[in-house]
Write a protein that binds this ligand. Structure first.
Ligand code: NAX
Length: 331
């Protein structure tokens, strides 16, 4: 069997609980690849990973390789082919007697984590490592991590696949279509409520979803907020943030990067802008992507953006620029 080394931070969190079995079951990297897992947690929590590892052993998958639990990011990412950065500090946590509520404080605290993680990845993970940031604020964490990794042969992503899956599901529900008939969904910009899920370029059985639905009011006034606020709706209903669907989206992203994208489709993730579609270079921005060979990802060019789309993309770009400004001392 081939072997692949996968590091996951936040290994004891709720997303990881759904994510880890699927990483080592053969589903993600194929039946002929053994997956060596390196689970990284903060020192206060790292002991709990022993229980997680027991459960993973008890799953009994053929593709399970070695497993390691550590509080040392350097040990975790050493030789990693994939790094899934799931761990981060949630809003509302009390640090040094202060409740962290402001987005700017959250940006700084989590940004601080990603400086060390980035430099460890840049120097110790494999030359062609792929890094997927799930922990929020995902785009700006990836911006910081990538900067500190300072290693252009590695490829950083921030996760927008959950937003894309939510956006597809709502189109399927609205039109009574099978979800497999919905393709080419792009989440432009930030993984935040300013994201722009693009119903004009998304397709249902090959035709623009907006054209199929033919209801501009629904699209602009109902569909967009539904997708943008879906994370909050899940928290309100479940009392906890999305976990199974977030893990599923992380698996979808890894598979999308590892496998050539089917013709006439695309996938959604945020990567460093090269200036495409007028987005300032370097911002970690949600784009329509295509994998041309395993691990080789490019931005799809030439999609038409109407005035509505352009105004939405402007808003999310401005938010990302202001997040960048808020962490400028970490860049
Ligand atoms: P949990 O609070 O259940 O787990 C997070 C885990 O990360 C904890 O076990 C914590 O100890 C660990 N951690 C914190 N700092 C760490 C560090 N420096 N190194 C290693 N581990 C560290 O959160 P969970 O529900 O699993 O969510 C994880 C992150 O995903 C959150 O930031 C959340 O906001 C984000 N999400 C991102 C989504 C996306 O689409 N990009 C959607 C789902 C989710 O909201």
């Amino acid at each position: 069997m081939k072997e692949i080394n996968v590091a996951v931070t936040g290994g004891a969190g709720q997303i990881s609980y759904s994510l880890l079995p699927r990483l080592i079951s053969g589903e993600t990297f194929g039946p002929d690849t053994k997956v060596n897992l390196r689970l990284v947690e903060i020192p206060q929590v790292v002991d709990k990973l022993e229980g997680t590892i027991m459960e993973l052993v008890d799953c009994g998958f053929d593709q399970t390789g070695s497993m390691l639990a550590t509080a040392d990011i350097k040990e975790g990412v050493d030789g990693a082919d994939w790094v899934l950065l799931v761990g981060s500090i949630p809003r509302g946590i009390v640090i040094d007697g202060k409740k962290i509520e402001e987005r700017s404080d959250l940006l700084k605290i989590n940004g601080g984590i990603f400086t060390d993680q980035g430099s460890a990845i840049g120097s110790l993970a494999n030359k062609e490592a792929k890094i997927l940031v799930v922990g929020n604020p995902a785009n700006t964490n990836a911006l910081i991590g990538k900067k500190h990794a300072n290693n252009d042969s590695q490829q950083w992503f921030a996760m927008t696949a959950l937003d894309a899956n939510r956006a597809k599901a709502q189109l399927a529900l609205k039109t009574g279509s099978d979800i497999t008939s919905v393709s080419n969904m792009t989440i432009w910009g930030n993984h935040s409520p300013t994201m722009y899920p693009d119903p004009y370029n998304a397709k249902i059985n090959g035709t623009s979803a907006a054209e199929v639905i033919n209801d501009k009011k629904w699209i602009e006034n109902e569909y967009l907020p539904l997708v943008q606020q879906r994370g909050k709706a899940v928290i309100d209903a479940r009392g906890a943030s999305s976990a199974a669907s977030a893990a599923n989206a992380a698996i979808d992203t890894v598979k999308a990067v590892e496998n050539v994208t089917p013709e006439n489709d695309s996938f959604s993730a945020a990567i460093a802008s090269d200036g495409s579609y007028g987005v300032p270079e370097g911002l970690i921005f949600g784009y329509p992507l295509r994998t041309t060979a395993p691990g080789k990802v490019e931005i799809i060019q030439g999609l038409e953006l109407n005035e509505f789309a352009q105004s939405k993309i402007q808003i999310t770009t401005e938010e990302l620029l202001s997040e960048k400004e808020a962490v400028s001392d970490l860049l």
